[in-house]
Write a protein that binds this ligand. Structure first.
Ligand SMILES: [Ca+2]
Ligand SMILES: [Ca+2]
Ligand SMILES: [Ca+2]
Length: 193
């Protein structure tokens, strides 16, 4: 469930202290601080950059709203208000967000992400972003990214590279030689790009 647009707009304007219609890093730090996050300054900056999709150094309302709605959905499944969710909350949250993965696949992802059987929002947000891309480019829906799908993805990201280079990268990532990348290998590659 996402927060009503009006409410998101009010929050946005409240933290847009200088009223320029965008949230900059300083304004974002203040917001995160007031939410009670104990993220380090470097982590908050990394979060900011992840939300700032066009890498312009400012959060436009749409960028902010996407993040805020994800955060609200997360909080809705954080019943004890601990800032983390358990497996059941995780499964329900992904379903509410329109994710199409089955309970067993989600349980595997959850176990990879969780610390002490709980997942924090920031880890969830990173996972959700990568997972969404993985699912989008897994055109044949076999839960793996094959070379053709990898080509589409690299092009979409705006990387220039000739087909041979892309194929070489793919081969390096495909350590077990299956001819396709599972989510783990994909996640490793993604985090370096
Ligand atoms: Ca501002
Ligand atoms: Ca931006
Ligand atoms: Ca596939």
């Amino acid at each position: 469930m996402s927060a009503p647009e009006e409410q998101v707009r009010t929050t946005f304007e409240q933290y847009d202290k200088d009223g320029n219609g965008k949230i900059d890093l300083i304004e974002f730090r203040e917001l995160v601080h007031e939410l009670g996050s104990d993220r380090s300054p470097a982590d908050v900056e990394a979060d900011f950059n992840a939300i700032d999709k066009d890498a312009g150094g400012l959060l436009e309302f749409e960028e902010f709203a996407r993040w805020w709605n994800l955060r609200s959905a997360f909080d809705n499944h954080d019943e004890g208000r601990t800032g983390t969710i358990g497996l059941r909350g995780f499964q329900a949250l992904v379903q509410a967000l329109g994710g199409s993965r089955g309970p067993a696949a989600l349980a595997a992802d959850f176990n990879a992400l969780a610390t002490g059987e709980r997942v924090a929002f920031d880890d969830f947000a990173r996972w959700w972003s990568v997972r969404s891309h993985f699912d989008k480019f897994d055109r044949d829906g076999d839960a793996m990214i094959n070379l053709g799908e990898f080509h589409l993805l690299v092009n979409e990201l705006g990387h220039t590279g000739n087909p041979t280079e892309i194929a070489e990268t793919f081969e390096q990532l495909d350590a077990d030689g299956r001819g396709a990348l599972g989510f783990d290998a994909f996640l490793r590659w993604w985090s370096t790009h």
